[in-house]
Design a protein around this ligand. Sequence first.
Ligand code: 0A1
Ligand code: ZN
Length: 876
Amino acid sequence: MSDPQPVYLSDYQPPAYRVTHTELTFDLDPAATRVKARLLIERHPEADANAPLALNGEQLKLISLAIDATPLDAAAYELDDEVLRIAQVPERFVLESEVEIAPQENTALEGLYQSNGMYCTQCEAEGFRRITFYPDRPDVMATFKVTVIGDQQQEPILLANGNPIERGELEGGRHFVTWEDPHPKPCYLFALVAGNLHSVEDHFTTMSGRDVTLQIWVEKENLDKTEHAMASLKRAMEWDEQAYGREYDLDLFMIVAVNDFNMGAMENKGLNIFNSAAVLTHPQTATDAAFQNVEGIVAHEYFHNWSGNRVTCRDWFQLSLKEGFTVFRDQCFSADTNSAPVKRIQDVSFFRTAQFAEDAGPTAHPIRPDHFIEITNFYTLTIYEKGAEVVRMLRNLVGEESFRRGSDLYFERFDGQAVTIEDFVGCMAEASGEDFSQFMRWYSQAGTPDIDAHGEYDYVQGEYHLTLRQRTPATPGQPDKLPLHIPVRMGLVGTKSGQDLTLTLNGEKLGKDAVIHLRDDEQTFVFTDVAEAPVPSLLREFSAPVKLHYPYSREDLAFLLTHDSDGFNRWDAGQRLALLALDDLIAAHRNGVEKVMDSRVVDAFRALLSGPMSDKAVLAEMLALPSEAYIAEQQPIVDVDAIHAAREFVRQSLAVALRDEFLAIYEANVTEEAYAPTSEQIAQRSLKNVALSYLMSIEDEQGLALCESQFAADHNMTDVRQALTLLVHSDRDDLASPALKAFGEKWAHDPLVMDQWFTVQVSRPQPDVLERVKYLMQHPAFSLKNPNRVRALVGAFAQNRVNFHRLDGQGYQLLADVVIELNRLNPEIAARLITPLTRWQRFDETRQALMRSELERIKQQPLSSNVYEVVEKALA
Ligand code: 0A1
Ligand code: ZN
């Protein structure tokens, strides 16, 4: 077998043939589903009359093929593992085909598969070719009419995209439903679901007064877990009307929850399919974080109806066109619905940990890659989250109003079309009159720019000179980078007044908070009329996805922590201050020197705890220390043990020094109110639980008692899970074991809660974790075939820094064993699971060698193209 080959953006050719209308009939059977397709096909007016018709098809058993009702004999076409090629076809014709597929054997969860006995599909990106022969590319858009035939008992519910137009009974206990979707769509948005499902129904009246029926389809036992998703959906529909003027365009909108799903959810037209973890919630089973995640994902998929479905991508290189924009939209929705500053803090904190790591590793790629082997490997933080940051910069550059004009123009001009990132940015340029030619480099250059900032105050002149230098490091295939257009939002905070000073640049008064534009490698900005020495507050609200380096002293940071008018930068100042202290402690740990806590950090925390408590949600974020993963990001060589020890030392020192304050915070935020996922309650719980985690870090008697009673009270999953985590992560196995046992028995029937039970155990710092992972992989609730289980157990273990990176290499070995097995079952999940091993360059030589040898071992296997691509890059 030859190595899988990449496809290149530069090779893009418009399709020679387009499908204008697609009719499908599915006769469902677990082992032998028959799929009949009737496609209306036309040659593109500019295409060569002799162009062959090439259809994608994989793992299909061809039963019959006909053009304009005339069967094709074997000489008329060529068929290999991937393509069906017909040499001669008319200008306009009807292609009929019948194939057989085996949903029950489909463990890759792409195409048509079975999950808990129910049939469902996943076609993005290239799964439709496992259903029927078709030009499986997003720039072929057709209207669809789909008939689903199933067993009346096994599959009483038969769903597909659009509106149901006909249903009836058939012989042998079978029945059918026919669905019609009038909106032309690419085949990756096709969906079918069949099974024994139950629905919760609601309605939404659109801005033009149309009634839309909303349905959430679940297994019977989950009917009580749909309320939050439904409420989120209605809020999202209303928000999209107000914020973007976008109205829903069918009479029916359906969401289906399935247990086996590779990703979070999928925006199929009118029939969104969700990973059950991304839609089901109940106060007793889901945490606040899960509630918020569900709200965000429901909104994200709904927003795709316009940013993705009505206007779609020309080719998969443009993936960020729909994903970056839609993530930006869902971020804004969540910010409007909940605490906006906390949303930004959480998004950025995740981004700087995980996307920065991706951008600095061997799989780094631009937001618009120029080649790939396997597109499913490109559903990444770069495409999604960095893509969203770039859209956010665009919005900030053109301003709210022009952005709305630009998006209106985009949706109007390209409705029903498959377009490119240039088309999107072009609309923004047209609506604002701005020139984005340099800005476009954000889409083609990988890697995170480093910005070195340096400031000097000239007392005599009353001037502040700010020098910014940018440099984007080399990434695979991109040794040299050009300077980017980087908007830096900033203020100068007067050290005497504690206030933002007016910014005057080149004689122009910019106000107290302004954006300066870094476009060259290096630029100096001279601010005049600066009456007092300032501390610069740079990159407010994380105005660009860059690493900003400024030589802040700890005094500067403590000052910004209390005085910065930008809430985000106040939080960031606290993080930077903690990082400086952590640096010293990491060094002390490595050198075997006694660790001493920086009193300035303690003072800063004390000030936070005793200050006016206006925003509890933000305070909870400010009290949380940077994660081990984020600390690791800042280190030249990651020393997992030193990082863990240093962070624990800070936690414990703060807990000892501020015990009474934490206790008071805990007590002030206990509530007996019935659970609701409101901002107020979530803020209270976060604050209470962060305080509890400090108390538990020193195994404080009172803290332990509170933790035990919080667990026993069983008030809601947020509190229960936090208490369980703190017990299990403490050294008090005498308390942890009974709690784990009780929890495991109580929830044995609920897979999504058992996932949490797995994760809590395998993320503890104690050294018995590897054994536990092996033991839990044999647990009846675990299955390698279910992506959620794999993520909850094996994926979570690989995030356990001290245990995954054990010096004997057994953590790496375990992960590689799982990857090798999953490579056969589910290549997409296998490829994602390798990620932690691809970061080997960041560790010491011993670990590097161990990690590389596991990558080599994987490489020796017969590999799917998914795993091959990742391993190849990781070892290059
Ligand atoms: N478009 C979906 C994500 C998604 C991508 C691929 C999938 O299967 C391979 C499934 C879902 C979204 O952005 O939500
Ligand atoms: Zn998406």
